[in-house]
Design a protein around this ligand. Structure first.
Ligand SMILES: C[S@@+](CC[C@H](N)C(=O)[O-])C[C@H]1O[C@@H](n2cnc3c(N)ncnc32)[C@H](O)[C@@H]1O
Length: 414
């Protein structure tokens, strides 16, 4: 029924947040699973996603509001329902009376007054609380753990970090790359060409499914073009894309070479290979060499020095894509960054053996952390004097108005 109160969606959002706070599942997975299990329609699914993502993106600030309005702590279920209500009031911009009444309905009768009191108070003091936000310490204002804010300030300085935090705190804008192998007949209404970046578009509405399905478009961020630009793949070159699934970079290489690069695409996860194959076929690849390989293991003899170039889009912390991966700040630890850096160094060391003398290695991440970027390159170069760094590029998200990314081009001497 049109305009029916969507209490079901709010309940499901609370369940997702409850699961998220006690487990390891990603928000995206939880929203997909719980909305499917509840049989919610598209608009309710969108509401669940908006509440869950909005709450997690602003978690520390919303919790600060709860503490301001009720100094004694709430038990977990009430705390989560209060977050669901506040998220509607402060982040989604719903009418206060609807946000309050629909949320309070979910609260057991005997404690309903507590949540009702906090939400009504929050709605009444809304403008004051919003104004106060700008005066709060950065970790609270932008809901990012203190250790991460300190780490970024030490690397980039305070003003740059503040600008990046403000950028990360907003919902993402999606982009798409046009595929030269399957040019668009007409540019769909929801695509706006990106100024100064030929072949790239901003999505201003629904994803043009038909164009994605026929391979004319690939949903990706313009920051992914840096590694392809450094690789500068040429027709006829043998190229190894070592960490390839789901195939964004492999497809970009094929698009850039008119389908004429001779590509081997590997990934350690067998279960990711069918999607990789499907994506590459869809985008016009006709001869595809797809294999499972774990690049923490030695380079197989038949691949040693067999490639003109190797691209390594390694697993990383995703600190450049926090707008899209909202779990990242809450799941990441400094120890995990160090573990990833070691893993990246191992993958680089093993996969670089596949490059011919005189060939190129492109290393890329969607991390903005130096430990996963330049430090990995410097460590590798210190152990491999036959390689030199030609160029590297760090894209900071707020500067690019896109995702953060790092790419480095190495040359292996003849
Ligand atoms: C950042 S993603 C790659 C994205 C891909 N290049 C694209 O553009 O669509 C990293 C990939 O590395 C794979 N991976 C992780 N560890 C690996 C390893 N030891 N050897 C090979 N692949 C690995 C993951 O399964 C994941 O698909």
């Amino acid at each position: 029924m049109k305009n029916a109160p969507r209490t079901g969606a709010r309940q499901i959002a609370a369940e997702c947040l409850s699961r998220w706070s006690t487990g390891h599942a990603f928000a995206e997975t939880l929203v997909a699973r719980h909305t499917a299990d509840a049989g919610l329609g598209p608009s309710d699914r969108a509401l669940v996603q908006a509440i869950v993502y909005g709450t997690l993106r602003n978690k520390t600030w919303l919790e600060h509001i709860i503490r301001t309005l009720r100094p004694s702590p709430l038990d977990t279920p009430l705390h989560i329902l209060t977050l669901v209500g506040l998220s509607q009031i402060f982040i989604l911009g719903q009418a206060d009376h609807i946000a309050v009444s629909e949320t309070v309905k979910l609260v057991p009768q005997r404690v309903r007054g507590v949540v009702n009191g906090i939400l009504r108070n929050a709605a009444r003091r809304k403008q004051e609380l919003i104004r106060e936000r700008d005066t709060l310490p950065l970790p609270v204002r932008y809901s990012i753990p203190e250790w991460l804010v300190r780490r970024w300030q030490a690397t980039y300085g305070k003003p740059e970090t503040a600008a990046m935090l403000a950028w990360n705190n907003r919902p993402p804008v999606l982009h798409a790359r046009g595929n030269a192998l399957r040019p668009l007949d007409t540019v769909p209404d929801t695509l706006v060409p990106l100024e100064g970046i030929p072949g790239w578009y901003t999505l201003t509405g629904a994803i043009p499914r038909a164009a994605v399905e026929n391979g004319s478009l690939y949903i990706a961020d313009p920051s992914t073009r840096y590694c392809i630009g450094l690789l500068a793949p040429q027709p006829g070159e043998r190229i190894l894309d070592a960490c390839a699934a789901p195939g964004g970079k492999s497809a970009a290489i094929l698009s850039a070479t008119g389908g004429k690069a001779i590509l081997t695409s590997t990934d350690m996860h067998e279960h990711r290979l069918p999607k990789l194959l499907e994506n590459l076929r869809k985008q016009g690849a006709d001869h595809i060499d797809i294999r499972a390989h774990d690049w923490t293991q030695p380079c197989p003899p038949e691949w040693q020095q067999a490639y003109d170039a190797v691209i390594l889009d390694v697993p990383c912390s995703n600190t450049g894509v926090i707008r899209k991966r909202i779990d990242v700040p809450w799941r990441l630890t400094p120890e995990e960054i160090t573990r990833l850096s070691d893993l990246q160094h191992t993958i680089l060391t093993c996969a670089a053996k596949a490059v011919k003398p005189g060939g190129r290695i492109v290393y890329s991440t969607c991390s903005i952390d130096p430990e996963e970027n330049r430090a990995v390159i410097d460590r590798y170069l210190s152990e491999h004097p036959d390689c030199t760094l030609v160029q590297d590029h760090l894209a900071l998200p707020h500067r690019e108005q896109a995702d953060g990314a790092y790419a480095a081009l190495l040359h292996k001497r003849n």
